[in-house]
Ligand binder design. Structure first.
Ligand code: SAH
Length: 395
C-alpha cells in the first residue's frame, strides 16, 4: 500500500478524526497511487495515522476511512459499516410513517462519498469519490444481501464528481428498473417520485420533520410554498387544514409531480394554485399586487456551494427573505431554510435579521429547523451539517 506522509504539524485534524486531508498537508507520496487507491497516511515521524482513499485531482487528497492500523478495508469492513448505518435508521425511524429515508450519509456514516437513499423497494445510490466508485460492485452486492431491493439505481450525476475526476453516471445498477414514477409515503402523505430524473436523488427526505412542524401551524391558514418541488410543504399544509396553498417552482417536472401528488392524496379539489416561475420574480409580482399570506415558506436550492461564495449567497438569501417578509401581515410566519453547508445557523440568523431590517419588520424566531436523524452530524465532521432553518413570526 502506498504511504503518504504529512507535513509536520498537519496531523492535528486527522488526530481529531476529521476525514479530509487537504493536498497542502501532504509532504511526500511514496509511490504512484492511482486516484481512488487505498493509501496509508503517516505523520512527519512516520507514525501511522489512518487509511483512506487517495485522489491527486481533488483538493481533498485523502478521504479517511479508518484510524485503526489493525483494520482491513475489505468487503467485511464495508458490510459492517453499511449494516451499522442501516441499523441506525431502523432503530430511529418509524417505517409505518415513512418508507423513504437516507440510509447512508457519506462521511457521517464513515463512508466518505457514498450516499444511499431508500424509496420504498428501490435504492438510489450517489457516489461522489473515486475510491467509493472503485468499491461500487462490492457495495451493490452488500446492499442486495442486506436489503433485498427490487432495484438499485445510480444517480451519480452530481457536479461534485468532476472534482474527483470521475464521469457522471445515471442508470440501473442492479435488478428491475423503477417505473417512471414510484410511490412512497412520508408523514402519512403519498408521493410520486421520479428516481431517474427527479432532483437530488429523487426526493428531499431531509425536510421530513420540518414539513411536519410547519404543518402544525397551517390549520386555517393561507400558505405560499416557494421552491415547492414535488410539494412536500404544500401537501403537509393541506393535510393539516390549510385553507389555500400557492406553490411556486421554476421546474416543469417539479410542478407536474406536485400536481400528481395532490391528486394521489385526494387534494385535487383543494384551493391550490401552482405557478411555474422564478421565485424572486413571482414574489415581486405578489408584492406589486398587494398579495398577503399567513405563512410563507422559502426553501431555495444551495446558494453557497463553498465558503468563497458566501458573500454573494448572503445577499441572495437576504433579498429573497426581505421579499418573503413583505407578503406577511403582523403575526404571519416565515419558514426560511438554507441548505448551504457554508452558511452556519448564526450567519443565517444574521442574514434574516438584515432582511427584516430592510423590510422594515420586527421578527421573532419561534423555532429552529435542522436536518433529520437519517442525516446525522458526525461531530468530527462539522461540514456534514448543512440544512438549517428558522420559523420567524412578524411582530
Ligand atoms: N421544498 C421542497 C424542496 C425544494 S428544492 C421540498 O420540500 O421537497 C429546491 C427547488 O427550487 C427545486 O425544485 C428547484 O426546481 C427550485 N428552484 C431552483 N431555483 C429556482 C428559482 N429561481 N425559482 C423557482 N424555483 C427554483
Amino acid at each position: 500500500m502506498v504511504e503518504i506522509e504529512l507535513k509536520k504539524g498537519k496531523e492535528k485534524a486527522v488526530l481529531q478524526r476529521h476525514p479530509w486531508i487537504f493536498s497542502g498537508a501532504v509532504e511526500k507520496i511514496k509511490g504512484k497511487p492511482e486516484n481512488g487507491d487505498l493509501v496509508k497516511v503517516l505523520n512527519g515521524k512516520k507514525e501511522f495515522l489512518g487509511y483512506g482513499y487517495f485522489n491527486a485531482q481533488s483538493r481533498v487528497a485523502v478521504r479517511l476511512l479508518s484510524w485503526d492500523e489493525g483494520e482491513v478495508i475489505d468487503k467485511t469492513w464495508y458490510a459492517q459499516k453499511i449494516a451499522q448505518a442501516i441499523q441506525l435508521r431502523t432503530d430511529l425511524i418509524s417505517l409505518e410513517d415513512t418508507n423513504t429515508c437516507r440510509l447512508i450519509f457519506s462521511e457521517a456514516d464513515f463512508l466518505p462519498g457514498l450516499i444511499v437513499d431508500q424509496y420504498a423497494d428501490f435504492l438510489s445510490v450517489q457516489i461522489l469519490s473515486a475510491g467509493i466508485e472503485k468499491a461500487k460492485p462490492m457495495i451493490i452486492e452488500i446492499l442486495v444481501d442486506l436489503l433485498h431491493p427490487k432495484g438499485i439505481f445510480d444517480r451519480s450525476d452530481a457536479t461534485a464528481r468532476t472534482h474527483e475526476g470521475i464521469t457522471a453516471e445515471n442508470g440501473l445498477l442492479w435488478g428491475d428498473a423503477p417505473e417512471t414514477f414510484i410511490e412512497v409515503r412520508e408523514n402519512g402523505i403519498k408521493y410520486h417520485i421520479n428516481i431517474a430524473e427527479g432532483q437530488k436523488s429523487g426526493f428531499y427526505c431531509d425536510q421530513r420533520d420540518n414539513r411536519r412542524v410547519l404543518a402544525s401551524f397551517a390549520s386555517g391558514k393561507t400558505v405560499l410554498d416557494c421552491f415547492s418541488y414535488s410539494g412536500g410543504f404544500t401537501l403537509n399544509a393541506f393535510n393539516n387544514g390549510a385553507t389555500a396553498v400557492t406553490s411556486v417552482d421554476s421546474s416543469a417536472l417539479a410542478i407536474e409531480t406536485l400536481k400528481q401528488n395532490l391528486e394521489l392524496n385526494g387534494f385535487n379539489h383543494k384551493p391550490h394554485v401552482s405557478i411555474q416561475s422564478d421565485v424572486n420574480k413571482q414574489l415581486r409580482n405578489f408584492k406589486d399586487e398587494g398579495r398577503k399570506f399567513d405563512i410563507v415558506i422559502l426553501d431555495p436550492p444551495k446558494y453557497a456551494p463553498s465558503r468563497s461564495a458566501l458573500d454573494r449567497a448572503a445577499r441572495a438569501y437576504k433579498d429573497l427573505n426581505r421579499l418573503g417578509m413583505l407578503l406577511l401581515e403582523r403575526g404571519g410566519l416565515l419558514a426560511t431554510f438554507s441548505c448551504s453547508g457554508a452558511v452556519d445557523i448564526e450567519t443565517f440568523k444574521q442574514i434574516i435579521a438584515w432582511a427584516a431590517l430592510d423590510a422594515g419588520k420586527e421578527v421573532q424566531v419561534v423555532h429552529q429547523f435542522t436536518q433529520p436523524i437519517d442525516h446525522p452530524i458526525r461531530l468530527s465532521f462539522p461540514e456534514g451539517e448543512y440544512l438549517k432553518g428558522l420559523l420567524v413570526r412578524l411582530v
